[in-house]
Design a protein around this ligand. Structure first.
Ligand code: SF4
Ligand code: SF4
Length: 249
């Protein structure tokens, strides 16, 4: 027992000081992409066909759809090296169209309106629905409950029943088998309610996009209030998005 207490004393307070202090992420972390427009020969367009997930478009310069981008370890899209990744973890947006990253930069998620903030600003209960994902997103959402992130200190908690929840946090592309379960869970959440699409799968199907066994995400099934891109999103990306929604960032 003494040993346990001494070890507890040695470890001290382990919760990260976020959002008071910005986190330092590993260099290998891939956050907001950087498009080096000056290196791009304007008539190339190879990135459009080379991205295996159709995440790149060239209209007035190169744009990347962060709802489709899987932040591949070795992005093969640009043969001229015009696409790099920063370590900026802030990626969540309020609308699907805001996930298109172009020369104007990313429009990050806005706070809820005053009425919703009065309801959920200090206490937000979420039901997590895993709608057929690979478990990557779920694992990195689970991490938010550890003492490193300590989600509960922001008044945000995951609950077991949708009837006790203020909203859903959905992961996965919505497989055929999960469609009715997702809709029934949504119906069981009392009004007013929030929906959060977490990960490329929930936003647009991710690597399963186009599969006849899945639904390409929740976009046309549920009204989404917050989009959190990534495959999976970093826990700080999810936490940052949630805090933006609650006007804490
Ligand atoms: S990281 Fe992957 S999904 Fe994203 S643009 Fe590059 S190749 Fe496409
Ligand atoms: S977005 Fe990526 S990590 Fe998340 S469920 Fe889909 S495949 Fe898995």
């Amino acid at each position: 027992m003494i040993g346990i207490l001494l070890e507890r004393w040695r470890q001290g307070y382990r919760t990260e000081p976020f959002p008071r202090k910005e986190p330092v992420l590993a260099d290998r972390f891939r956050g907001v992409p950087r498009v080096l427009h000056e290196k791009c020969p304007k008539d190339c367009g190879a990135c459009v066909s080379r991205c295996p997930f159709g995440a790149v478009a060239v209209t007035d310069g190169v744009s990347i759809d962060l709802g489709r981008c899987l932040f591949c370890a070795d992005c093969p899209a640009c043969p001229h090296g015009c696409i790099e990744f920063s370590t900026d973890y802030r990626l969540a947006t309020s609308s699907r169209s805001d996930l298109w990253l172009d020369q104007r930069g990313l429009k990050l998620a806005a706070a809820l309106d005053a009425k919703m903030l009065a309801l959920f600003g200090r206490s937000l209960k979420l039901r997590q629905v895993s709608a057929g994902g690979c478990n990557g997103c779920e694992a990195d959402v689970n991490v938010l409950g550890t003492l490193v992130f300590d989600l509960g200190r922001f008044g945000i908690q995951f609950v077991a029943s949708p009837r006790h929840a203020d909203g859903l946090l959905v992961t996965g592309p919505v497989t055929r088998n999960m469609r009715s379960a997702l809709l029934a869970t949504y119906a069981a959440v009392p009004e007013p309610k929030l929906v959060i699409a977490t990960g490329a799968c929930a936003i647009g199907g991710g690597p399963f996009c186009g599969s006849p066994e899945a639904h390409d995400g929740i976009g046309d099934l549920l009204p989404v209030d917050l989009y959190i891109p990534g495959c999976p999103p970093h826990p700080y990306t999810t936490l940052d998005g949630l805090l933006r929604l609650l006007n804490r960032r």
